[in-house]
Design a protein around this ligand. Structure first.
Ligand code: DUC
Ligand code: ZN
Ligand code: ZN
Length: 480
């Protein structure tokens, strides 16, 4: 263990006079941030971290002994879909069950997606989403705004979303034609407007026309099983769109963020773009790092039908390497659960299977177990991609995403040795299967604090819906 990197851990002198009274003290933990690793105590007053130091002299109301444990900033999952209307169903976790499950898994904040309806305003979409989320979240949350119809009216709403609502990132789809997809002309217009006001464009970067062609072809040939969902979205569809998106972002000078990047071809497109010193961030999701397309040949392959689909082992290797090269900046989930009954809507036709898979609760533990415990990434890198980079990229740092004096006391106490098994029988997500049933995991989230409150303790959630706060975000980071 290193004791020397301390750049964002401000550590007080242990012989200092009384550092606080009341409040909550976490003692003897091994505190990990994106760039530090330190044995120290954390003293919290109200919602905020007041002091960090060795052997703090504090008379606290409550003490938690974290000896032998890792202490991380609360996880931030910037890609979730809660209670989202999609493909004939609503995703099965609502704002209460989804944010609670997230907390059980060490994620204290999520960013969900509002979807504009084509022909309607961004404002009306925001109101619709607020009607489901207001006062219903257990954990903290924010929204990205998906622009599915960029026109003169939408254009006027961009500034207001950023300046007034604190919604600074705008999602675009290069696929799902007729529902969510915008064409390149709209993309360029939106990029210019978003850039002008200091925002960021998120993109689902796959070539919708190529995919629609392949779906129709497979269906005409009677190829209808979940395997053909995968075969309708080959790597080239993602590589092409990722390259086109980064070219358009470079041309307009707008910062970009590619969501759920899955494969070598797409990452190579970004690698090229970064040679132009362009600001383009990359997110992958936990499933693309650890699951592969062989699952589509199973009888229950619909469980893993998501877009983009799972890929090959060589793509997993590329993504792990991309994390270590600093090309992949974030590990999220694209949590979008549907109960098995809904997945069966596509039992005779893969194109009718609601796309999405549940992972909001599993991300932090799986990334630790498969990444850190198997020596693929360091502890600091783990915190960087799961907590700190999402906060920086989406304009919440250092309020969120780190353990530092003055930051929100969003903290995870983690036992790196405890082994357990993932199962739908024990998870807290509102979905009747697990994509990781029987998966043996090393490392367990034990205690979670959200803005100073002990939210999760002894496998119990102590806070109710309504505690979760909407976080207004600042303009996007210039660099991370
Ligand atoms: N992909 C999914 O799998 N689900 C929700 C939306 C998306 O793009
Ligand atoms: Zn997507
Ligand atoms: Zn998504």
């Amino acid at each position: 263990m290193s004791d020397k990197k301390q750049s964002d851990l401000k550590v007080e002198d242990s012989k200092a006079p009384l550092a606080g009274v009341g409040g909550l003290l976490i003692k003897n933990g091994r505190i990990i941030t994106a760039d530090a690793d330190q044995l120290a105590d954390i003293y919290i007053e109200g919602e905020i971290i007041k002091t960090i130091g060795k052997n703090l002299n504090v008379k606290a109301d409550k003490e938690i002994d974290a000896a032998g444990k890792l202490v991380f900033p609360g996880g931030i999952d910037p890609h979730v879909h809660l209670e989202m209307p999609f493909m004939g169903a609503f995703s099965s976790d609502n704002y209460e069950t989804g944010t609670r499950a997230a907390l059980f898994g060490g994620t204290t904040m999520v960013i969900d997606f509002i979807l504009q309806k084509q022909g309607n305003s961004l404002r009306s979409a925001l109101e619709e989403w607020k009607s489901r989320s207001d006062n219903n979240c257990v954990g903290d949350y924010s929204f990205h705004m998906a622009v599915t119809d960029f026109n003169e009216n939408t254009k006027k709403e961009i500034r207001e979303m950023i300046e007034v609502e604190g919604i600074t990132s705008f999602k675009t789809f290069m696929a799902y034609k007729g529902v969510f997809m915008i064409d390149d002309r709209q993309m360029i217009g939106l990029m210019n407007e978003v850039k002008k006001h200091g925002g960021l464009i998120n993109v689902h970067a796959t070539n919708g026309d190529m995919i629609d062609y392949l779906i129709d072809k497979h269906k005409a040939e009677g190829k209808l099983s979940p395997l053909y969902h995968y075969l309708s979205q080959p790597e080239i569809t993602e590589a092409e769109a990722s390259g086109r998106f980064t070219d358009m972002a470079n041309y307009t000078g707008c910062p970009g963020y590619i969501v759920h990047l899955t494969c070598e071809g797409a990452l190579n497109a970004v690698r090229n773009a970064t040679r132009r010193n362009q600001k383009v961030f990359v997110e992958t999701c936990i499933q693309y790092l650890i699951l592969d397309a062989s699952l589509y040949e199973k009888e229950d392959g619909a469980k893993w039908v998501m877009s983009p689909p799972l890929r090959e082992k060589k793509d997993q290797a590329t993504l792990w390497a991309g994390i270590n090269q600093g090309l992949v900046n974030v590990v999220a989930t694209d949590h979008c659960p549907f109960n098995w009954e809904k997945k069966l809507l596509g039992k005779d036709d893969f194109s009718k299977i609601p796309n999405g898979h549940p992972a909001i609760e599993n991300r932090m533990e799986l990334l630790y177990s498969e990444g850190v415990a198997k020596n693929k990434i360091t502890l600091n890198k783990y915190v960087e991609v799961a907590c700190t980079n999402p906060a920086k990229i989406f304009g919440m740092f250092p309020q969120k995403g780190t353990i530092a004096v003055g930051s929100d006391a969003d903290i995870v106490i983690f036992d790196p040795k405890e082994k357990h098994t993932l199962s739908a029988k024990t998870h807290h997500m509102n979905v009747d299967y697990s994509g990781y049933e029987g998966w043996e995991v090393t490392g367990k989230v034990k205690t979670v604090l959200l803005r100073g409150k002990v939210a999760i303790e002894n496998n119990h959630c102590n806070i109710d819906k309504g505690y979760g706060k909407f976080i207004k975000r600042k303009k996007v980071a210039d660099k991370i």
